[in-house]
Design a protein around this ligand. Structure first.
Ligand code: FAD
Length: 425
C-alpha cells in the first residue's frame, strides 16, 4: 500500500501514475473537512489563482516540461487538453471543468481509495509521498519540521521576478555598482523621464492578484513595488529606481532599474526591490517596458503568497526521495518547485521513482538536460539562497557553441532525445 498525502496538482498526478502501475494507493485529502485559506472547493487539483498553465511552445521551458510529462504519462496534461479554453499560444483551462475531470478520474480508479480528513502524522515505515502544497496544514507542517529536523519551513514567499541573463539587451543595460564601489556587480537598465512615466503608468494600471486576508498583514513588512509606487509618482526614484551614483557615459539617467546576480552559474538575475503581486501576464508586460529588458525571459515570476516549502537540497535527493527515510518522497510546491505544472511534474517524477523502488530497481534522477531532470537537480543541489523555482532554460546545462537564435530549439531537441533514451533504458 502506498500513501499519498494531498490531492492537489502533485498528489493527483502521483496517485494516478502509481495506480496505473498496479499499486493500491490511499490518497488523503483534508478538504472539505478542513479547507486551506486559498482553495474554494473540495475538488482535486484545484487551481487556486490563475487558470493559465502557461506556454504551449515546445521550445519554451514550461512547454518542454509539458511534453516531457506527456511522454511519461500525465493525468494533469490529459485533463488540461480536455478542458482547454482559447488563450493564444498559452494553455489555459476551464478551472472548474479541469479539477472536476481530475477528481472524477481519481475517484473512479479501482486502485485508488480516497480518504477525507487532515493528516497530522507521518509513518516513515510506509511508502508515502507528501504532497500537501504551499498551504500544508499547521499540524502537519510541525510534524514535517520535526521529522526532517528542519531549522525552519519557509512560510511566506515574497520574491522579485528573476530574468534569464541571456535575454538582457546589453546595448542598453550596463554593468556598474553605485558610486563604483566594489566590483561592477549590478546590471543597470536606465530610463529617460518619458520611459519612466510610461512604465509608471503601466505599473499603476496593471492587474494585481488578490491577496488572501491572512496574507495582507504579512506583506506590510515587505512591500510590493506597485504598492510603493502608489504612494506617489516619484517615490520609486528615491527607492529601488534611484539613479544617483549610476551615471553612465557622463549621463545621469532619470531612473535606473537594477538587476542582481541570483545564481552561482551567473545565468539568472533578480530585479532589485521588485517584489510584486501583479498577475503573471501583467508582470511580463510591465517588465518588458524597462529599457534593456524588452525581450527579457522571466524564469520565475514575482510572487507574494503563503508558501510552505522545505530546504530540500538538505533533505531530498534528485528523485524527490528523502535522504534519511528512503520510504518517504516529497513532491509539489513543498519540495521547492513553483507553479502548477512544475508541481504536477514533481509529483510525476516522485511516483516514477517510487515505482522503481517498489520493483527493486535502481533509481536514477531524470537526465539533467531534460526540464523535469533540471528541476529535480535544482531542488536537490546545495544552494545558498534556495527559493522555489519555475521551469526555466537557465537551469539547464549550457549548450556547446551555438547561435543565440537556435538556443531554445537546441535545448528542446537535446531534452527530447535525452528523455527518450532514458525511458528506453
Ligand atoms: P496543492 O495543489 O495546494 O495541493 C496540496 C493539497 O494538500 C491540497 O489539496 C490541500 O488541501 C492538501 N493538504 C494540505 N495539508 C493537508 C493535510 N495535513 N492532510 C491532508 N491534506 C492536506 N502557481 C501557478 O502556476 N499559477 C498561479 O497563478 C499560482 N497562484 C498561487 C496562488 C496562491 C495563493 C498560492 C498559495 C500558490 C499559487 N501558485 C500558483 C503556486 C502553486 O503552483 C500552487 O500552489 C499549486 O497548487 C501547488 O501544487 P501542490 O500539488 O504542491 O499543492
Amino acid at each position: 500500500m502506498i500513501k499519498i498525502i494531498g490531492a492537489g496538482l502533485a498528489g493527483s498526478e502521483a496517485a494516478w501514475y502509481l495506480a496505473n502501475h498496479g499499486y493500491k494507493v490511499k490518497l488523503y485529502e483534508m478538504r472539505p473537512v478542513k479547507m486551506t485559506p486559498a482553495h474554494q472547493t473540495s475538488n482535486f487539483a484545484e487551481l487556486v489563482c490563475s487558470n493559465s498553465l502557461r506556454s504551449n511552445d515546445p521550445h519554451n521551458a514550461v512547454g518542454m516540461l509539458k511534453n516531457e510529462m506527456m511522454a511519461i504519462g500525465s493525468l494533469i496534461m490529459e485533463a488540461a487538453f480536455q478542458k482547454e479554453v482559447p488563450a493564444g499560444s498559452s494553455l489555459a483551462v476551464d478551472r472548474v471543468g479541469f479539477s472536476a475531470y481530475v477528481t472524477e478520474k481519481i475517484k473512479q480508479h479501482p486502485n485508488i481509495e480516497v480518504i477525507e480528513g487532515e493528516v497530522t502524522d507521518i509513518d516513515v515505515d510506509t511508502y508515502t509521498i507528501i504532497a500537501t502544497g504551499p498551504l500544508t496544514s499547521d499540524a502537519l507542517s510541525e510534524k514535517i519540521k520535526t521529522l526532517f529536523d528542519a531549522k525552519q519551513l519557509h512560510f511566506f514567499d515574497a520574491v522579485a521576478p528573476i530574468i534569464d541573463g541571456e535575454t538582457i539587451n546589453y546595448d542598453i543595460a550596463y554593468l556598474k555598482s553605485r558610486y563604483d564601489k566594489g566590483e561592477a556587480a549590478y546590471i543597470n537598465c536606465p530610463m529617460t523621464k518619458e520611459q519612466y512615466d510610461a512604465f509608471y503608468d503601466a505599473l499603476m494600471s496593471a492587474e494585481r492578484a488578490t491577496l488572501k486576508d491572512f496574507e495582507v498583514n504579512v506583506f506590510e513588512g515587505c512591500m510590493p513595488v506597485e504598492i510603493m509606487a502608489s504612494r506617489g509618482r516619484e517615490t520609486l526614484l528615491f527607492g529601488p529606481l534611484k539613479p544617483v551614483g549610476l551615471e553612465h557615459n557622463d549621463n545621469r539617467p532619470y531612473a535606473v532599474v537594477q538587476l542582481r546576480q541570483d545564481d552561482a552559474a551567473h545565468t539568472l538575475f533578480n530585479i532589485v526591490g521588485f517584489q510584486t503581486n501583479l498577475k503573471w501576464g501583467e508582470q511580463k508586460r510591465v517588465i518588458r517596458m524597462i529599457p534593456g529588458l524588452e525581450n527579457a525571459e522571466i524564469v520565475r515570476y514575482g510572487v507574494m503568497h503563503q508558501n510552505t516549502y522545505l530546504e530540500s537540497p538538505e533533505i531530498l535527493n534528485g528523485c524527490y526521495q528523502s535522504k534519511t527515510y528512503p520510504k518517504l518522497f516529497v513532491a509539489g510546491q513543498i519540495s521547492g518547485v513553483e507553479g502548477y505544472i512544475e508541481s504536477a511534474a514533481s509529483g510525476l517524477s516522485a511516483a516514477y521513482h517510487l515505482n522503481r523502488v517498489l520493483k527493486g530497481l535502481e533509481i536514477q534522477p531524470f537526465p539533467r538536460d531534460t526540464m523535469i531532470g533540471a528541476m529535480s537537480y535544482y531542488v536537490s543541489t546545495p544552494n545558498k539562497s534556495f527559493n522555489p523555482i519555475n521551469a526555466n532554460l537557465g537551469i539547464l546545462p549550457a549548450l556547446d557553441k551555438h547561435k543565440k537564435i537556435d538556443r531554445k530549439r537546441l535545448y528542446a531537441e537535446r531534452a527530447k532525445a535525452s528523455l527518450e533514451q532514458y525511458l528506453k533504458e
